[in-house]
Design a protein around this ligand. Structure first.
Ligand SMILES: C[S@@+](CC[C@H](N)C(=O)[O-])C[C@H]1O[C@@H](n2cnc3c(N)ncnc32)[C@H](O)[C@@H]1O
Length: 418
C-alpha cells in the first residue's frame, strides 16, 4: 500500500500543491488522497465519478476533482470560507490579467501611503500588527476597494490580500488557524514582499493548472447543507465534517473578517457566521438557547437516542461540577441533530450504488466518550443508505502528558455505501 493510501494526509500536504496552497485551512485531508480515492472508485465501478462535498471548506475535494476532470459540487456554509473557495475556483482566468490587477493595486496603495486610523492595541488587529504593517495593509485594502469591479479577477486579488494577513502578523499562530496575539513570531514578512510573492505564486499556479489540463468542473455554493442540497446526482462523496470536539469554525477567520470590516469582534460572529454552520462547539450551543429535552424529542435522533441520552445527561451532570461552564450536553445533542438533517439531504442527491467517505474523529468532552463515527453511521443507515464501516487511521489523545482526560480517541474514515 502506498504511503498516500495508508493515510488521508493533512492540509500541510496541500501546501506544496498548486491552487490548494493559496489559503491555509484545516482541511482534514490531502488533495492527493482525494485523487487516489476518485481513481479507485472509477476503476472499481468503471464509471466517471461525480463528486459531492457538503463541507467544502477551502475546496480540497473540489480542486482535487477538477485536476482530474471530474465534476464536483461543493457546499460551504461559512460565508467567508465559501468566498475563499469560490475565489480559488477562478484559477481558470488569465494569469496576466491577474498580475496586472495586483500591480494596479500595489501602485495605488503606494501612492496613497496613508497611516492607518484603526490601530488600536486593545483589539485583534492592533495586537497582530504594528502601525506600519497595518498601514500598508490598509492601503492595499483601500486600493482594492477603489479598483475592484465586476471582473472576477478581483476576487483573486481579494484572496491574495486575505491570504497574506497571517504571514504579515507579528502574532504567532496555533497548530490550527487561531492567531495567538500574546505570542510573537520569529519571522514576519513585509506586506509588499508578501503581496508580490503571493501574486507570483498564484500566477504560476494558474498557468500550471491550465498546462496540466485541469478542468473548470467544480461548482461551489455558499450554502448551509442542513437546509437543502441541490445538485445533479453524484456517486462519490468525500468530505470531512466538523468533529464534535469544540473547535470553533465560526472563529477560524476572525482576523480576516475583522480586517475587511465584516465584523468588529468575536461577538459579531454570532450573526455573521453561526446561523449558517452546524453546531459543533459549546460557544455555538448555549444552554439558554437550546433546550436539551426538546432536541432529544426530535424524530431525526431516534436511531441513536438510546445511546445519546445517557451521554448528554452525563455531560449535563459533569458540567455542574465544573462551574457550569461548557455546554457540551447541548452541543453534542445539537451536533448529531444537525448531521441527521444533512444525511437526510444527502440521500436524494446520491446514487443508489454510491460510495461515501467522511473523515471523522470521536471526542470526549469532560472525559465523556462520544462515539461519533458509530452514531454517524447509524444515522446514515436510518436515512436510507445501505451500510457503514469504520477504517481507523490513527489513535489520538495517547501521548500528551497534559491531556485533560485519558479516554483513548481515534480518527479515521467512515465509509457508507448507498
Ligand atoms: C473540516 S472542515 C472541511 C475542510 C475541507 N475539507 C477543506 O478542504 O478545506 C468542515 C467545514 O464544514 C463547514 N460547515 C459547517 N457546517 C456547515 C453547514 N451546515 N453547511 C455547510 N458547511 C458547513 C465549516 O465551515 C468548515 O469549513
Amino acid at each position: 500500500m502506498s504511503k498516500i493510501k495508508a493515510r488521508s494526509g493533512t492540509f500541510t500536504d496541500n501546501m506544496k500543491l498548486p491552487v490548494h496552497r493559496w489559503f491555509r485551512y484545516s482541511a482534514g485531508y490531502s488533495a492527493e488522497w482525494v485523487q487516489s480515492e476518485i481513481k479507485k472508485f472509477e476503476s472499481e465501478h468503471d464509471t466517471k465519478a461525480v463528486v459531492l462535498d457538503p463541507f467544502l471548506g477551502s475546496g480540497t475535494t473540489a480542486f482535487a476533482g477538477a485536476s482530474l476532470g471530474n465534476r464536483v459540487y461543493g457546499f460551504e456554509g461559512h460565508p467567508f470560507v465559501a468566498r475563499i473557495a469560490k475565489a480559488k475556483n477562478q484559477w481558470i482566468l488569465d494569469e496576466l490579467d491577474f498580475t496586472e490587477a495586483c500591480n494596479q493595486v500595489l501602485n495605488l496603495a503606494e501612492k496613497r501611503n496613508k497611516q492607518t486610523e484603526r490601530h488600536d492595541e486593545s483589539n485583534l488587529l492592533g495586537k497582530c500588527y504594528d502601525i506600519e504593517a497595518l498601514s500598508k495593509l490598509d492601503n492595499l485594502r483601500f486600493a482594492y476597494e477603489k479598483l475592484a469591479d465586476e471582473n472576477p479577477v478581483w476576487e483573486l486579488v481579494w484572496l491574495n490580500i486575505t491570504s497574506i494577513l497571517r504571514a504579515c502578523s507579528k502574532a504567532g499562530t496555533a497548530q490550527w488557524q487561531y492567531v495567538l496575539p500574546n505570542k510573537s513570531k520569529a519571522k514576519v514578512i513585509d506586506v509588499k514582499d508578501a503581496f508580490l510573492g503571493k501574486a507570483k505564486l498564484m500566477a504560476q499556479d494558474m498557468e500550471y493548472a491550465k498546462c496540466a489540463n485541469w478542468s473548470n468542473s467544480a461548482q461551489i455554493f455558499k450554502q448551509d447543507v442542513r437546509g437543502s442540497i441541490e445538485s445533479p446526482k453524484c456517486n462519490l462523496l468525500i468530505t470531512s465534517p466538523p468533529y464534535p470536539n469544540n473547535y470553533d469554525y465560526a472563529d477560524a477567520t476572525r482576523l480576516e473578517m475583522m480586517f475587511w470590516g465584516e465584523i468588529s469582534g468575536w461577538g459579531d460572529l454570532k450573526t455573521a457566521v453561526r446561523p449558517t454552520i452546524m453546531r459543533s462547539c459549546s460557544q455555538h450551543s448555549a444552554a439558554d438557547k437550546i433546550v436539551l429535552d426538546e432536541i432529544l424529542e426530535e424524530p431525526l435522533l431516534a436511531p441513536i437516542l438510546e445511546e445519546l441520552t445517557p451521554v448528554v445527561r452525563e455531560l449535563e451532570k459533569v458540567r455542574l461540577g465544573k462551574g457550569g461552564k461548557k455546554t457540551y450536553h447541548t452541543m453534542i445533542a445539537a451536533y448529531f441533530l444537525d448531521l441527521s438533517k444533512i444525511w437526510k439531504n444527502c440521500r436524494p442527491v446520491m446514487d443508489k450504488g454510491s460510495e461515501i467517505c467522511f473523515v471523522i474523529g470521536d471526542s470526549a468532552p469532560y472525559g465523556v466518550h462520544v462515539p461519533a463515527e458509530k452514531w454517524l453511521g447509524e444515522l446514515a443507515v436510518y436515512h436510507g443508505f445501505k451500510s457503514f464501516s469504520f477504517e481507523k487511521l490513527r489513535d489520538r489523545n495517547v501521548k500528551w502528558k497534559n491531556r485533560t482526560h485519558t479516554v483513548p480517541l481515534h480518527e479515521g474514515r467512515l465509509w457508507v455505501k448507498g
